[in-house]
Ligand binder design. Structure first.
Ligand code: NAP
Length: 646
């Protein structure tokens, strides 16, 4: 018996009325592609009805209403026929699938970018990124080659799945009491993902279950738990256990990994390989404001929001308005008596009406039942950002902007559109306009999405947006440098993370006693963000220079890094060798190219004075400067020329 391709959707028997009702909720561009699978007829994408734009949050791609209605009318009998025929989709040729990508993407698709999406879309129902080399390695070699994975968030879970496929013994060490990493830890009110849920998930799992287009933390946390269960990872996981040190032992060619368990007992593990999947936005960065310790009420970092904290009717001070503060404020504004938001730097905001939208029942139904609809929907959310690459973020050396608020002509246009929108939204509150206008190029920091809730929140009578610098914290509030006192009974520091401190706070020691922290200093680098000289058999996921402020593909990046790490491990095991270590010249050459590239992009712009992307000297070592397709190409194999395998 052949297994049904899980992306073809579950067979259904719903009647015509139910289908017609569902069609009111669906994305018509994604439906048109699904109809080609249902009918085998390419005319669905060759007619007059075509997406007008490819924008991740525009699910109807600006197709006029009369055309949407026309498609719904024509789709009903086609879907009913598909149902009556037993819900068997047609096999489509690669050429037709290519045409469908170009149809939905509104641009030519080819080369590596197309290869990347063919792997992701899984039209053949096969997880093309699955590890298939397990049988190349003798069983006794595998048994003697344990791997320690540090962290059970998205990358650690993925590493566990791939190591299971490879047949290698592994242990996942996780300091929290359960899986999910950042989505386990961040429980502040309003926490939700701000890239689309349908792309913020594993490609090898159906993405048909999300209840919101940008879902909230509890749902993500449950998602990661369900994946751990489904792939039987729990027996490999040691929760509530912190890694304290990672030390290379030359004589055994193994790492000694010091761990402290939930009962405080210390132990040493001795893996051959270590995969760090510790994330890079989880070490809280508390500000250094005089008087913080004197505050009389509860005060905490956003990532340590106390369980059961009662904020009702309280005077609340929120310090920091980045991606986190931006989510907290609108969620709590109506529950507190007064909310003072202290924002040091104004943020760029883009409108996204779908940001808090639930997935309506009809769309849920289509995601679950119509063949490849959910995959095309994922494509629609992912492709535009990836296809655009890093070009819009490049500083044009010949472009002169005396205001330092744009980097190229397109960026200036974008700035003007966003400023006009923000001004119009705040037209009834001119006092807020100056406070909300950023003074650095658009896209230069993490851009925040607003469905209106943030700007509405700022206008509430019980909310103050404070842009004046804080002078000190006093027992009952916050005082700014102009002497104004803001009373507070609770303070939340939504002040971000120590982004430049990769792998902190673990102590990591490599060959000849080299400390990773000292090797890095303020300038953490790794070949492709994954491997460092002096640290054989150690691989980073989400390491230096791999966070994404473009393309929004952290799951994609994680797949690439885990794939690369396992390819490197495979090379050692099949060569009968002990170690793989990146050559210093290969690493240094990459680091140089990295710095040249990142220095040419908007995130390095000198007008950006505060940014967690920058190190204390203002250089960027956190973000990827590469288009995702390029990074995908580079991580296909751990190039033996870059390594010493011994
Ligand atoms: P953040 O973007 O670094 O924002 C921190 C905020 O605190 C900023 O407003 C910052 O001001 C302010 N701040 C920091 N130190 C301060 C000080 N000493 N005095 C006054 N203000 C101070 O941190 P975050 O909001 O936690 O977000 C970090 C990253 O986490 C994001 O970029 C994103 O990658 C991720 N994240 C994602 C989501 C999501 O997907 N939904 C949600 C939350 C976070 P300046 O701007 O002047 O530095």
């Amino acid at each position: 018996m052949t297994t049904r391709n899980l992306h073809t959707g579950q067979p259904f028997t719903d009647d015509d009325a139910a289908i017609a009702a569902a069609l009111e909720d669906v994305s018509i561009p994604a439906l048109l592609c699904s109809l080609v699978h249902m009918t085998g007829d390419p005319s669905w994408i060759r007619g007059d009805v075509r997406p007008q734009v490819a924008i991740a949050s525009e699910f109807q791609s600006r197709i006029p209403d009369d055309q949407l209605a026309d498609v719904r009318r024509r789709a009903l009998p086609a879907i009913a026929a598909y149902r009556d025929g037993g819900c068997e989709p047609h096999a489509l040729s690669p050429e037709l699938l290519h045409e469908m990508m170009e149809f939905l993407g509104c641009r030519p698709v080819g080369g590596t970018l197309e290869d990347l999406f063919v792997e992701d879309m899984q039209f053949d129902g096969v997880d093309g990124a699955a590890v298939s080399w397990g049988d190349d390695v003798p069983a006794d070699v595998k048994a003697a080659s344990p791997v320690v994975v540090i962290g059970c968030g998205l990358s650690g879970i993925l590493a566990g799945i791939r190591l299971t496929q490879a047949g290698l013994p592994f242990t996942i060490i996780e300091k929290n009491d359960g899986p999910g990493g950042t989505w386990w830890e961040n429980r502040y009110p309003g926490a939700r993902v701000d890239v689309g849920s349908h792309q913020y998930c594993f490609a090898f799992e159906p993405g048909d279950h999300w209840s919101e287009y940008y879902c909230q933390q509890p749902e993500l946390r449950a998602y990661f738990s369900s994946i751990v269960d489904k792939y039987a990872l729990a027996p490999h996981c040691r929760f509530g256990t912190a890694v304290t040190s990672v030390t290379w032992d030359e004589s055994s060619a193994r790492y000694r990994v010091g761990v402290r368990g939930p009962d405080g007992v210390e132990e040493t593990l001795e893996p051959r390989f270590v995969i760090s999947a510790v994330g890079s936005l989880n070490l809280p960065r508390m500000p250094d404001i005089p008087g913080m310790e004197s505050f009389a009420g509860p005060s905490f970092h956003s990532t340590r929001w106390p369980d059961g904290l009662d904020i009702t009717g309280k005077k609340f001070a929120l310090i920091g308005a980045g991606a986190t503060g931006f989510q907290i404020a609108p969620t709590i504004a109506d529950r507190v008596e007064h909310l003072s938001i202290f924002e040091r730097t104004a943020q760029w905001i883009i409108p996204n009406p779908m940001y808090h939208a639930t997935v309506p029942p009809g769309d849920r139904w289509a995601q679950r039942h119509l063949p490849f609809y959910a995959r095309w929907f994922r494509f629609m959310m992912t492709f535009p950002g990836m296809a655009i690459g890093t070009e819009p973020y490049k500083r044009d050396p010949d472009y002169d902007d005396p205001t330092s608020t744009s980097i190229n002509a397109t960026n200036a246009q974008r700035r003007d559109i966003l400023l006009t929108w923000m001004r119009s939204e705040l037209a009834d509150r001119p006092d807020l306009i100056d406070k909300c206008m950023p003074d650095y190029p658009a896209m230069g920091k993490r851009v925040l999405q607003d469905n209106g809730s943030w700007l509405r929140c700022l206008k509430k009578p019980n909310v103050d947006l404070v842009r004046t610098r804080i002078e000190k914290i006093v027992p009952d509030g916050v005082v700014t440098v102009d002497g104004t006192f803001y009373e507070a009974e609770i303070i939340c520091y939504a002040t971000g993370f120590q982004h430049n401190e990769f792998l902190a706070p673990m102590e990591v020691i490599g060959r000849n006693g080299v400390s990773l922290r000292e090797q890095w200093g303020d300038e953490p680098t790794a070949l492709l963000g994954i491997t460092m000289p002096n640290f054989p058999n150690l691989f980073c996921c989400y390491g230096p220079g791999t966070n994404l402020a473009h393309g929004a593909g952290l799951f994609f990046h994680s797949e690439m890094q885990v794939h690369y790490a396992l390819d490197a491990i495979h090379r050692v095991l099949t060569a009968g060798a002990q170690t793989i270590e990146v050559r210093k010249d290969a690493h240094d050459d990459y680091a140089q190219r990295y710095q040249k590239e990142i220095g040419s992009l908007v995130w390095s712009h000198p007008a950006i004075t505060h940014s967690h992307y920058k190190n204390p000297q203002g250089k960027v070592f956190t973000l990827s400067p590469w288009p995702l397709e390029l990074y995908w190409k580079w991580t296909r194999v751990a190039d033996p020329d870059d390594y010493v395998i011994a």
